[in-house]
Write a protein that binds this ligand. Structure first.
Ligand SMILES: Nc1ncnc2c1ncn2[C@@H]1O[C@H](COP(=O)(O)OP(=O)(O)O)[C@@H](O)[C@H]1O
Ligand SMILES: [Mg+2]
Length: 249
């Protein structure tokens, strides 16, 4: 099934900047997609259309067959977004409250909220932190908390915008492990990145953006040689003619 169908999507900001220009993209459910491109190429703008945080100024975007702009509540639930700045996503007094916030807002019943909170914290390995104050967590833990908050909404699609920025090596490995395991459990995954080294070994599809347009779209291993043309660093192994290894090994 095609979980996402984007047709002739353009987005012009209020100040008349053209953020996206005529994007066409069809994504099958369960695909691991990397959206790559230099800073300012339109990655975040595109991803914000997946759950209606931004609406197209031309064209359409469909999620599981339904137009996003006409089904905003459903789109917010189906597409979970983890942004770069995990701090700004924290809303609860405790880790537990924070994860409960999303499903409570959807008016999910109390026992079901509890079940989802435990399940989500368990998935990200943070059950032991449940009574902690979120602002005392490390950067990596905050990002895992943000992921748990999203999982509690039971989304089908998970979007990670620059998930590795400002994390240390163990932090990167932990988040990557989460992303890969969420993909294995059947979620459709989007990762926006300007540096592909850490994720490319796990992706099924690579979409390269430049100046608000999709300029390449294909199988990652077949596009590696062209990355530098678009201002994206080619992974070291690939430059040496080798297959890019997973960071999890
Ligand atoms: N709210 C906004 N108003 C006007 N221009 C914006 C706004 N948000 C982003 N842009 C512009 O849109 C372009 C794409 O930005 P963005 O999607 O954030 O790129 P990326 O995530 O690839 O770094 C940039 O030129 C950026 O300056
Ligand atoms: Mg961005």
């Amino acid at each position: 099934m095609n979980i996402i169908e984007i047709k002739n999507l353009s987005h012009r900001f209020a100040d008349s900047t053209l953020g996206l220009e005529n994007i066409n993209l069809t994504i099958r459910e369960g695909t691991f997609v990397i959206i790559a491109g230099q800073n300012g190429s339109g990655k975040t703008t595109l991803l914000k259309h997946l759950n209606g945080l931004l609406l197209p100024t031309a064209g359409t975007i469909r999620l599981a067959g339904r137009t996003v702009s006409e089904n905003l509540v459903k789109a917010r639930q189906m597409v979970g977004m983890v942004f770069q700045d995990a701090d700004s996503q924290i809303v609860g007094e405790t880790v537990c409250d924070d994860v409960a916030f999303g499903p409570e807002n959807l008016c999910v019943d109390r026992n079901e909220v509890k079940r989802r909170v435990s399940k989500s914290l368990k998935i990200v390995g943070m059950l032991d932190f449940k009574d902690q104050k979120p602002h005392l967590l490390s950067g990596g833990e905050k990002r895992r908390l943000a992921i748990a908050g999203i999982l509690a909404m039971e989304p089908k699609v998970l979007v990670f915008d620059e998930p590795f920025s400002s994390l240390d090596y163990p932090g990167v490995k932990q988040i990557l492990k989460q992303i890969v395991s969420l993909h294995r459990s059947g979620h459709t995954i989007f990762v926006a990145a300007h540096d592909l080294e850490k994720v490319i070994a796990h992706a099924d599809r690579l979409v390269i953006m430049k100046e608000g347009k999709v300029v390449k779209d294909g199988i990652p291993s077949q596009l590696l040689g062209e990355l530098e043309t678009f201002g994206i660093r080619e992974p070291c192994a690939s430059r040496l003619g080798m297959e890019v290894p997973s960071w999890l090994n």
